[in-house]
Design a protein around this ligand. Structure first.
Ligand code: PHE
Length: 375
């Protein structure tokens, strides 16, 4: 009897070995900010991607093979995304790349993917330049000309303001782009930008810029930046007696926003890609599965976009019937009406997706779903 168990184990591993030989896994690379300043974004998207891979593998993988996710952390460090993308392509021989959530880091890795002819799908990078890198670079989210327009209309029609100040981060491609697109639509609609001030990533003191904002008579302040700076800006604004609403884009989407900003954020707004409060059954099913997999955590937009990016990529692998770069690229380009948790993905001629935006309000210390704006 004593020998039975080792024998069974031996037989089992031989069997697993045989199956593994029969089907070599399809390796897909993921690069993201799993640690460092924007770890919240990277971790969220990673969790969504992992959940999608587990579901896809449970349903048989693709082309008769299991899917293997190979993840690299860029530590939120400038320059590191290109390095890890190269590593995934040359060392691990991945057939495609998933990443990044941030436009700046996507822009670093995109030329590497393009040159190697390895398709890349960015889950959440919204700056238009990302997919302009070349025909191997795709995204599954809306782009900032749309997001800027949504928030410009929101300022005019919902906040009913005509004088807005803009504070953006000069060293962040996303922030510069979104500020520009907002300005274009808002001024075209008769609005006025009464103050426009800059800061740099990692800045902690915004009092000089805010003093100018206060003097400008702005009725609201648009801050297209990431959550750390946005939360600090709003806190310091309240300390300086600026009580008008502040609003931003998807860079505000992180649990840390409320942790850092606290009460100061009451009555502020931002646009994003997804709301877990959306009662659509597909969304609610995803929220339940995500919570079960990740200790009760509620998925945010980046988790949802990571999940959709993985599904869209694997759907293309199945339709291509191949993992060769050119075939997979062509199949991705033909993605049409793919129903996911962030809406329906159709890849357009610029390799972008057009999706609705969700506007959230901060009320009673919580995020509240306000409305969806269709593209
Ligand atoms: N969509 C934004 C970008 O492209 C920002 C973003 C990234 C927002 C990650 C939140 C998280 O950079």
């Amino acid at each position: 009897m004593k020998f039975l168990r080792p024998l069974a184990a031996l037989l089992f591993s031989a069997l697993v070995g045989l199956t593994a030989q029969a089907a070599t896994p399809i390796k897909i690379g993921e690069y993201g900010s799993l640690t460092g300043k924007e770890a919240s974004f990277g971790q969220s998207s990673h969790k969504g991607i992992v959940l999608a891979f587990e579901e896809l593998n449970a349903a048989g993988g693709a082309l008769g093979s299991p899917l293997q996710l190979v993840t690299e952390d860029n530590q939120t460090k400038p320059g590191e995304s290109a390095t890890v993308a190269k590593k995934l392509i040359t060392r691990d021989k991945v057939v495609a790349l998933l990443g990044e959530v941030a436009s700046g880091r996507s822009l670093e890795a995109a030329p590497v993917a393009q040159k190697a002819r390895v398709p890349m799908v960015a889950p959440a990078a919204t700056n238009p330049k990302v997919t302009q890198t070349g025909n191997y670079v795709f995204r599954v989210c809306f782009i900032d000309p749309f997001q800027g327009t949504v928030m410009a209309k929101f300022a005019k029609e919902d906040l009913k303001v005509t004088k807005v100040a803009v504070l953006s981060s000069v060293s962040n491609a996303y922030s510069v782009g979104l500020a520009k697109f907002f300005r274009e639509t808002f001024t075209a609609g008769g609005g006025e930008i009464v103050a426009e001030k800059n800061f740099s990533e990692g800045d902690k003191d915004f009092r000089a810029q805010l003093t100018a904002v206060k003097a400008s008579g702005a009725e609201a302040v648009f801050v297209p930046s990431y959550y750390t700076e946005a939360a600090l800006i709003v806190r310091q604004a309240r300390e300086l007696g600026i009580n008008v609403p502040f609003f931003g884009g998807d860079g505000w989407e992180a649990p840390q926003l409320l942790q850092i900003g606290g009460d100061a954020l009451e009555g502020c707004y931002y646009s994003t890609h997804f709301s877990p409060e959306n009662q659509d059954p597909t969304v609610q099913q995803f929220v339940a599965k995500f919570k079960e997999r990740w200790n009760g955590e509620t998925p945010d937009a980046f988790a949802a976009l990571g999940y959709d990016a993985a599904y869209v990529l694997v759907d293309a692998i199945k339709r291509a019937g191949s993992t060769e770069g050119p075939k997979l690229r062509a199949a991705l380009a033909e993605t049409k009406d793919f129903a996911g948790v962030t809406g329906v993905t159709t890849i357009d001629k610029n390799r972008d997706a057009s999706k609705p935006a969700a506007i959230l309000a901060i009320k009673g210390g919580k995020l509240t779903f306000l409305k969806t704006v269709a593209p």
